[in-house]
Write a protein that binds this ligand. Structure first.
Ligand SMILES: [Zn+2]
Length: 317
């Protein structure tokens, strides 16, 4: 994955991933995971490898310091301007959780292997949790996946990229039934980046397109309205200054992935998350896109989920 290649800890993942266990094209087995992340110690060591660079900076002068493990598992100490402690789960989805890390990892395997997502009720049953705990765990894993997927870009030199808009509505009687949420999806022939947007104005969508579409891509339009949306205010922030703009009719197959994406996403939401809160839609979109964009290599999903750990706690929602 181009995205994963940018991650400094990918080397660690390549070593981590057991070679001896049989590979299943359709996902990752508990047995594979147990071989390398089967104990609290192994998970802590992996987290430390992934996060050593950021954790080892002195809180006063920001110089890197050698950290040494303390007696308490998961806690490291260093000395520079002053002595300081670091908890390896700090800022990650595991922060302040009393649930064992091994259980977290198992729950993440479920999320990785499921084709249509995991519900709170399923985790509650499988792990004998209270509804409240299962809710928090689901939300944090979704946040983690959404934040990792947020790093994705689409397109590339001479690759066509399209925009697609959908209004997502909650189920009957849900909190957002009366007002739908607008989602813009930026897509090339195989990958989709969905973003919740307030409206379709150029001032809203142009900065997102610039951030998510790789340089050299060709933006395609289907009709005059789409053409105007890309070209509008050319002198100020029109996308024509950054990208070539061409009609979609020249590129067959550009819509293959996006049609499947929306069809499947609507089905998943209707089946499992009909009563979602407006502010949480980006989590479901992120979780879904994380799996969708890796659909040709489902056995990679779990390992990408543990490849690095962006700050989760306190973000969004
Ligand atoms: Zn210092």
């Amino acid at each position: 994955m181009a995205q994963a290649a940018a991650c400094p800890s990918l080397q660690g993942i390549a070593e981590l991933r057991p070679v001896s266990a049989p590979r299943h094209r359709s996902g990752t087995s508990f047995r594979q995971v147990e071989q390398c992340l089967g104990s609290e110690e192994a998970i802590v060591a992996h987290l430390f490898r992934c996060r050593e660079k950021e954790l080892s900076l002195c809180p006063t002068c920001a110089r890197p310091v050698k950290l040494v493990p303390t007696k308490r598992i998961g806690t490291y100490s260093g000395t520079c301007c002053q002595a300081f402690h670091r908890i390896v789960t700090m800022d990650t989805l595991f922060e302040r959780s009393t649930w064992p890390l091994t259980s977290w990892i198992m729950a993440m395997v479920y999320f990785a292997n499921s084709r249509s997502g995991i519900s709170r009720a399923f985790l509650q049953t499988m792990f004998g949790l209270t509804g409240g705990s299962a809710h928090i765990i689901c939300k944090r894993i979704r946040q983690h996946m959404a934040l990792l997927e947020d790093e994705r870009q689409v397109g590339g030199p001479s690759e066509p990229v399209g925009l697609s808009f959908q209004r997502i509505k909650g189920a009957r009687g849900s909190r957002i039934q009366s007002r739908s949420v607008l989602v813009m999806a930026i897509h090339d022939a195989s990958h989709v980046v969905p973003v919740v947007v307030a409206d379709r104005r150029p001032s809203t969508i142009h900065p997102i397109v610039r951030a998510k579409v790789r340089p050299g891509s060709i933006l395609v339009y289907r009709d005059r309205i789409e053409h105007a949306r890309l070209n509008q205010f050319r002198s100020n922030w029109g996308l024509a200054r950054s990208f070539a703009i061409e009609p979609a009719s020249r590129y067959s197959g550009i819509d293959n992935a996006i049609l499947v994406f929306w069809m499947h996403f609507r089905r998943v939401m209707a089946a499992g998350h009909g009563h979602f809160a407006r502010g949480n839609l980006w989590l479901y979109l992120g979780e879904f896109a994380f799996r969708f964009n890796r659909r040709s290599e489902p056995d990679q999903i779990f390992w990408d989920m543990v490849s690095h750990f962006p700050p989760v706690v306190g973000r969004g929602a």
